[in-house]
Design a binder for this molecule. Structure first.
Ligand code: NAD
Length: 324
């Protein structure tokens, strides 16, 4: 039996890299790259890099790490090779960090979303990885969300009829929650990037920005709230016979059927809310399992860089329209 484990390094020990789990150490949820690799028997989480000394001490102890480095330069000097390197550094550093660690020739770079802080850097990252034959997988979490997958299957079946419109609401910025939202739309519609069109700004004031665009002939109304007090991330799909809501980022779903109104004759209304638990908080371990399958089979990910790049292109298009 092959017991060789895939070697992993995580760059950036903040929330996504390690801290979500260290701060919630009693939770069984896998919310950080460190925990996802640590819990998967196929991987050996060997190393973390972060300039923050306290985080490094904490992470080294928590995950019993063999190596920690306070800079990528120091990691490069160590000349240790890794099968996977996770990029969990701030978005505006992704390009510089990936350019540096490419010298270590990892087989896969597992990059936090979005790929970069601008479209130029995102393009360079995708190109660089391709040229060096490095798999680039971007953690747009919902690509591994089984409830969303179920919805997607129903979308292509006869259960839901005539998608009339989509209403979207989120906060925390276009590159942050917005990129997740855009990527979710692309995923739902089979990454059919060219069918997203006619992006227009409806309104932009101190409280929110309103965008309208189309997926084919379906209008999509996007409301970007500027108040970030509490997380907001929801999508409502309005079908002729159903209303489907993805709420709280996908922690909760609601399916409401169009039914005959029992009080008013010849009137149709939505049935009462029925909530189902979502699976968005289980995605990171599934993403990491997929990485192990890719490494074992020497194959490509179906979400290889380019899908994340298309999400970023669409975000960029919206951003330009808002800024103009
Ligand atoms: N997929 C998700 O749902 C999700 C959730 C949260 C964050 N993220 C993404 O994760 C990334 C990081 O976000 P965060 O919230 O964890 O940020 P954070 O600020 O909590 O953590 C970033 C860490 O990177 C470290 N760092 C900075 N420069 C570094 C360098 N050169 N080398 C190594 N480490 C360095 C910082 O010291 C910090 O500890 C972003 O791309 C963000 O969009 C994704």
């Amino acid at each position: 039996m092959n017991t060789k484990k895939f070697k992993v390094a995580v760059l950036g020990c903040g929330n996504a890299g390690a801290m979500y789990n260290i701060k919630n150490s009693k939770s069984k949820l896998i919310l950080s790259h460190c925990k996802a690799f640590y819990e998967n028997k196929k991987f050996d989480l060997l190393c973390c890099v972060d300039p923050d000394k306290n985080k490094l001490i904490n992470v080294k102890q928590f995950y019993n790490l063999k190596y920690v480095h306070n800079s990528i330069e120091s990691l490069l000097k160590s000349r240790i090779s890794f099968d996977v390197i996770s990029i969990c550094t701030p978005i505006d550093q992704h390009y510089r960090n990936i350019k540096q660690i490419i010298k270590l020739k990892p087989k896969i770079i597992f990059c936090e979303k979005p790929i970069a802080s601008n479209i130029k850097d995102a393009k360079k990252i995708v190109k660089m990885c391709k040229e060096h034959h490095i798999g680039l997988i971007v953690n747009f979490s919902r690509r591994w969300d089984s409830q969303l997958e179920k919805f997607k299957q129903n979308l292509n079946s006869n259960k839901f009829k005539n998608l009339k419109s989509i209403n979207i609401k989120f906060n925390n910025g276009l590159l942050n929650y917005g990129s997740h939202m855009i990527d979710t739309l692309l995923y739902i519609f089979d990454d059919n990037f060219k069918k997203f069109k006619k992006v227009q700004l409806l309104d932009n004031d101190i409280s929110s920005t309103l965008i309208k665009m189309f997926y084919d002939k379906t209008p999509i109304y996007i409301c970007i709230e500027k108040d970030n007090d509490s997380s907001l991330f929801e999508i409502i799909f309005n079908f002729k016979n159903y209303q489907v809501m993805m709420l709280n980022g996908g922690r909760v779903w609601s399916y409401r059927k169009v039914v005959k109104d029992s009080d008013i004759k010849n009137n149709l209304i939505y049935s009462d809310f029925k909530f189902q638990k979502g699976s968005v908080l289980t995605t990171l371990s599934l993403a990491v399992s997929e990485i192990s399958r890719i490494l074992e089979s020497n194959s490509e990910s179906k979400y290889e860089g380019i899908t994340a790049f298309q999400s970023q292109l669409l975000c960029d298009k919206i951003l330009k329209i808002i800024q103009n």
